[in-house]
Design a protein around this ligand. Structure first.
Ligand SMILES: Nc1ncnc2c1ncn2[C@@H]1O[C@H](COP(=O)(O)OP(=O)(O)OP(=O)(O)O)[C@@H](O)[C@H]1O
Ligand SMILES: [Mg+2]
Length: 251
């Protein structure tokens, strides 16, 4: 459960509030291609932030930069998580600091069961959620614990990818297009689960082509356009503003 203090931080979106995750003026490159161009935003503890924008706007590149994937290369700016300088870290150090990126292709390990996929995530300490807690949140995964992870349905694979992140001791969940290719009923099921995960204290950034679904889930939205932030405010305002949606999201 979120305490009062956390709720205060979520409600108070003032620039002066110390943010849990701060992205300050980051610039990132693929070779000489300048992709993430001076992007800044804050994410408060226990918040769900929707990071939106058209194809090629730089959403995946921004998530990869925060997770310190090495490619794209961060050449300018700072990223702070809970007072720790992520911008100075390598990928495994960012992971140890509590960042988990669930990539678009989900990367479920073929030949391993659901449970083996989860146990593999728990090999290196610090360990996060127990298998019992994970199966309580994702009963479908509990039912299929002995099934090869790669034979799960698309929705179940997405659940496993999220569960695998929680099996590590994480603070921030970065989701790249978690709803891709999923039926609306499964999208709703995953959204419900992401709200429970939020209410248990995990901070989330969701990148999604299904902008309406992401905006309904999120507390706040940041919109990117060709590597720049063009909107940073409440998610509901974007849902309410047809002109803004048409301009930056083409919906
Ligand atoms: N490995 C790479 N090497 C060179 N350029 C890249 C690489 N990956 C992405 N880009 C370019 O960086 C820009 C931003 O790509 P990115 O994948 O971050 O966008 P996106 O907002 O996630 O798009 P989409 O909605 O299509 O997933 C694009 O112009 C893309 O072509
Ligand atoms: Mg992308």
């Amino acid at each position: 459960m979120l305490d009062e203090h956390t709720f205060d931080k979520r409600a108070n979106n003032a620039a002066t509030a110390p943010a849990f995750l701060s992205v300050w003026n980051i610039e990132a490159y693929y070779g000489e291609s300048y992709i993430v161009q001076d992007v800044s935003f804050n994410v408060h503890e226990g918040e769900i932030l929707a990071l939106l924008g058209r194809n090629g706007a730089g959403k995946t590149s921004t998530l990869r930069t925060i997770a310190r994937m090495g490619n794209p290369e961060l050449r300018h700016g700072e990223i702070w998580l809970d007072h720790k300088p992520l911008h100075k870290m390598k990928n495994y150090e960012a992971a140890q600091a509590g960042i988990a990126l669930v990539p678009e292709d989900r990367r479920i390990i073929q030949g391993l069961t659901v449970e083996e996929n989860l146990k593999l995530a728990q090999i290196a300490p610090p360990v996060g959620w127990s298998l019992e807690r994970i199966y309580e949140l994702f009963p479908r995964l509990g039912e299929r614990r002995t099934q090869d992870g790669s034979t799960l349905s698309g929705g179940e694979q997405q659940m496993l990818a999220i569960a695998r992140a929680l099996a590590r001791d994480i603070k921030v969940l970065l989701l790249d297009e978690p709803y891709e290719g999923l039926a609306p009923v499964i999208v709703q099921e995953i959204a419900k689960t992401l709200k429970i995960i939020r209410d248990q204290g995990i901070t989330t950034i969701i990148v999604e082509q299904n902008a309406v679904a992401a905006l309904k889930l999120a507390d706040r939205a940041v919109i990117l356009d060709t590597g720049l932030v063009v909107y940073d405010d409440s998610a509901q305002k974007v849902l309410d503003d047809e002109a803004l949606r048409a301009k930056y999201l083409a919906i």
